[in-house]
Write a protein that binds this ligand. Sequence first.
Ligand code: SF4
Length: 245
Amino acid sequence: MKKQKNIVSFSGGKDSTAMLLLMIEKNIKIDEIIFLDTGMEFPAMYQHIKQVERFIDRSITILRAEKSFEYMMLEYEKQRGKNKGQKGYSWPDFRNRWCTSYLKKQVIKKYLKKYKDYEIVEFHGIAVDEVKRLEKNNEKNVRYPLAEWNITEKEALEYCYNIGFNWDGLYNNFDRVSCWCCPLKNLKELKTLYLKYPVLWDKLKEWEQKTYRKFRSDYDILDLEYKFKKEGLDKNELQCSNSKS
Ligand code: SF4
């Protein structure tokens, strides 16, 4: 029988942070903690990862794809299919999350080959009240400790806050913290991005000039900006300290 390796898949979000800390608290064996870095996390998230490393007094393995998000989105030349020669995958959408596949799944698959002689058990931070995600992600060799312990998303966040982690307020601004450039964010989150993170918003505008697809099928970035302005909000008045990110 193969020996087991317990790998914590750490996204840095509230759920995987709570899961990791509770696993340590409960003395569950952890062989490696891995973080898949798309390069597109909010600056506060990178700070958080360093804080967690200090808190748990062990290092987190940071994994990255060979090419950056920006390169794949804008520069990569397609090698096959009807769009052969086209530059970049452009913005991800619900039908084509190329970034999830290229920047995350392929990277982890390749990395975990080093454990080919072991039975790998991955630990993912999905809370008990994320029913759809739990159903969808019900993979063999993956465990969901928060769900096993009946811990909800709210409880996971409270647990982290009580320890002193606050992601520089990211969870006050967004329900779900993912890549800042993600077009799959809902309109409320995009409005927050526009109002509170103008430097990042300007980057989206810059990228949109360089690619062939609209940011979203219903709105491009300038449409969104117009919409948010029309809603009577002046981003300059509402910038918070995070705007320097
Ligand atoms: S959060 Fe959005 S941009 Fe980031 S990897 Fe997932 S789908 Fe892609």
